[in-house]
Design a protein around this ligand. Structure first.
Ligand code: CP
Length: 327
């Protein structure tokens, strides 16, 4: 199976299984002596990836570029669209045509405008450009590769429980604007979970992202704070997305009301549960929680590197990946 553009989270269960299996195999080789990494470096030899970032990023930019380099691709990072010829009036059609003629295989893009990656993928299909598009976050819409990595982290942690025994998952606290939460709930709807969304009514998650839950008559609980006497398997938290709510700036109140502290985790997170955060972390997280082994956002970041390697592989060269013992 070869994957096409990654612009949303409409991946089927079979595709997710394949992405995760490929991730595991790549991870096993990466951590297996020098021979493993040498083998991986052949997968995208001669392929070209451009990472175009028109919004700030630390993790995603590093992830897209690191994943490509591990697999042997040539990776270019363009930090601002204003440094391309789009600034001189070139449109997306001509920009993509240029990338296609120059044999760019993948364009990863982060953009403040919703649906730009979808528009680019449509142009590529219409004009048969060879470039494949990956959405690295579009406005306050989606962040598909983040969610694929996040769900891999959840699946790896809960192993045999995942997909069978419904996990109790609490997400918050800006479901209105956090694209990571939108992508995550679209994927979570495909699995047995009990979802609790914690936020203010003003920051309610738009219904379109919950359609998977709604279509299956799966219950979603939306409340204003952690419910007394309950514990969760996963707490997934985000910062206040100030860039999308400048007129109604609740940041200070948000960081007080929804701050994640060691006391909060002790009260509401199961002993074998995990705390995840896609980053960037700001004042909504008390850094004292970092000594708690249940805080897994570091693992979450590293997993994102490997799920991205799996996506690149399945998009460009879906070869059979050997076990370390076969090298
Ligand atoms: N998770 C995430 O998108 O982080 P960055 O904005 O740092 O890329």
């Amino acid at each position: 199976m070869k994957l096409e553009h990654i612009i949303d989270n409409n991946q089927s269960l079979a595709e997710l299984e394949l992405i995760w299996k490929t991730t595991k195999k790549i991870e096993n080789l990466y951590y297996f002596e020098e021979r493993g990494r040498k083998w991986l470096k052949e997968i995208l030899k001669g392929k070209r990836i451009i990472c175009l970032f028109n919004q700030p990023s630390t993790r995603t930019r590093l992830k897209f570029s690191f994943a490509g380099k591990v697999l042997g691709a040539d990776v270019d990072v363009i930090d601002q669209i204003s440094s391309t010829s789009i600034e001189k009036g070139e449109d997306w059609y001509n920009t993509l045509r240029t990338f296609s003629e120059k044999e760019i295989n993948i364009l990863t893009i982060r953009h403040p405008q919703n649906y730009i990656p979808r528009y680019l993928a449509t142009l590529c299909k219409k004009y048969k450009f060879r470039v494949k598009i990956i959405n690295g976050g579009d406005g306050n819409h989606l962040h598909p590769t983040q969610a694929i990595g996040d769900l891999y982290t959840i699946k790896e942690h809960f192993k045999e429980r995942f997909g069978k025994d419904p996990l109790k998952i609490a997400i918050g606290a800006d479901p209105k604007n956090a694209r990571t939460l939108h992508s995550l709930v679209i994927l979570l709807a495909k699995f047995p979970v009990q979802l609790t969304i914690i936020s203010w009514p003003e920051l309610r998650m738009p219904r379109k992202y919950l359609q998977g839950f709604i279509n299956q008559n799966k219950k979603i609980r939306e409340i204003g704070g952690f419910p007394q006497g309950e514990k969760f398997d996963v707490i997934y938290w985000v910062r206040y997305q100030i860039e999308y709510e400048q007129k109604r700036n609740y940041q200070k109140e948000y960081n007080q009301k929804f701050k994640i502290t060691p006391e909060l985790l002790d009260t509401f997170l199961e002993k074998d549960g995990i705390f995840l955060h896609p980053g960037p972390r700001t004042e909504e997280v008390d850094t004292r929680i970092d000594s708690d082994p249940r805080v897994k956002d570091g693992e979450q970041m590293r997993n994102g590197d490997f799920t991205t390697m799996a996506l690149y592989t399945l998009m460009l060269n879906p070869v059979r990946i050997p076990k370390p013992s076969e090298l």
